[in-house]
Design a protein around this ligand. Structure first.
Ligand code: ATP
Ligand code: MG
Length: 408
């Protein structure tokens, strides 16, 4: 991709109200553009990151045998009345009347929609267990939608729903999914703590959150530095300095970002929405359900909170919008040749072919945070000066050496 053609350009100033690194750099770098509070366009650079994260999630979900589909965002009140959530979610859910006077709403989550399909299609244990997921925009009427992609009123989520003939079977799948989730965050460059939490506004029961320790976080967790014990302070009985109830080590407290949340609904939906299947002995049993969410757009912001410095973003390679940032310091035939070679070799490369100063190009490169910076100048001849975004020193390499380095 030629940077001269890239939509949009970097901006000189950060948004006035930006308090976090992610809000500042994602807007300034041209990754996202605000339409209204909490509602953003993912610009080409940002959408590349979204797609990389989504693909990691898809790979990990597909490996478990889960199937991807896409449910409607526009939903009738009826299914929500069956569980009583039309009323209990009235503040957070966008609800309105359509032209014929019927009540409708925008999906804040999709348990009602999926359970309605499941009860009409599943009636035997032979079809259980199974899991369905989607990647889709959710709508929530958030009051505090101020921090860029961190808290949107329209935001992207991966939501997965699993269905089981018994609580035991649900438990087993749920515990496996905790490990799958940990792998997703790890592949995005993040270390997630698995935190016990309340069920929130969507269920009365407990849940598990995947929290990333970060100053910009809105959550507070108590965690052990030695073992995996961690609780959200909203439910925690211990405090910082107490002995860990699991291993005795000192507990710590820290701000963190909720990057995912998984819930067990047990047989609640079976009762509310009448979903039953026959077991091996022909007896009618409730279809158990659990839900598993990952905030994809929030993850983009979370990664930036962890990977940045005073100049900009430092993307982990697995999610970076481009692998390499080729910078030509003067109108330079050599740069064109190298760009062609990289493109032909299938390297994702952003090529700064613009007619701007070296200073401007370098500061943009630091802001955008692409992992490998490749500089071509009078000084380098047919060689390339290579610098990683997260390292200080550069080295001069041949094109073949560069290929070897970035394709490994
Ligand atoms: P929060 O407590 O932050 O409001 P939640 O518990 O209501 O979130 P869930 O229903 O658990 O959210 O949604 C699953 C995941 O989606 C969350 O763990 C989070 O990563 C993400 N998420 C939730 N709300 C938002 C939002 N308004 N903007 C961006 N991501 C969100
Ligand atoms: Mg949650």
């Amino acid at each position: 991709m030629r940077q001269s053609k890239l939509f949009t350009k970097t901006r000189n100033t950060a948004p006035k109200d930006a308090v976090s690194a992610s809000h500042k750099y994602l807007i300034q770098g041209g990754f996202a553009d605000m339409l209204m509070a909490g509602v953003y366009t993912y610009l080409p650079l940002g959408y590349r990151v979204i797609k990389n994260i989504s693909n990691i999630i898809r790979e990990e979900m597909d490996k478990t045998g889960a199937q991807e589909m896409l449910m409607p965002a526009l939903q009738p009140k009826g299914i929500w009345d069956e569980t009583g959530r039309w009323e209990s979610l009235e503040e957070i859910m966008y609800q309105f009347k359509d032209r014929s006077g019927k009540d409708a709403g925008l999906g804040a989550t999709h348990e009602e929609v999926i359970y309605d399909i499941v009860r009409r299609n599943i009636n035997s244990y032979k079809d259980l267990p199974f899991a369905i997921y989607q990647i889709q925009n959710k709508f929530r009427n958030e009051l505090r939608a101020k921090g860029g992609l961190m808290r949107g009123r329209e935001f992207m989520m991966k939501d997965l729903y699993s269905f089981h003939i018994s609580q035991e079977d649900l438990d087993e799948y749920y515990n496996e999914m905790i490990n799958v989730y940990k792998r997703v965050y790890e592949r995005c460059g993040l270390e997630a703590k698995v935190v016990e939490a309340s069920g929130g506004v969507f269920t009365k029961k407990y849940s598990h959150e995947f929290q990333i320790i970060a100053e910009a976080g809105e959550d507070d967790i108590i965690y052990c530095t030695k073992c995996d014990f961690a609780q959200n302070t909203e439910i925690a009985k211990s405090k910082a300095g107490d002995a860990c109830p699991k291993c005795g080590e000192n507990l710590k407290q820290g701000k963190s970002i909720e990057a995912g949340n998984i819930f067990q609904f047990g047989d609640q939906y079976a009762k509310d929405m009448n979903g039953y299947a026959s077991n091996k002995d022909g007896e009618k049993k409730p279809i158990f359900m659990a839900s598993y969410g990952i905030g994809i757009s929030r993850l983009v912001a979370t990664i930036v909170e962890i990977y940045n410095d005073d100049k900009g973003i430092i993307w982990p390679e697995s999610v970076a919008p481009f692998k390499a940032h080729l910078i030509s310091l003067n109108k330079n035939e050599e740069a064109e040749v190298i760009y062609d070679k990289l493109v032909k070799a299938g390297v994702d490369v952003l090529y700064d072919d613009r007619d701007s100063s070296a200073g401007e190009k370098f500061s943009d490169a630091d802001l955008l945070g692409i992992p490998y910076r490749l500089v071509i100048s009078k000084k380098t001849g047919d060689q390339i000066e290579v610098k990683k975004r997260n390292e200080e020193n550069s080295e001069i390499l041949s094109i073949d050496e560069v290929m070897g380095l970035i394709q490994k």
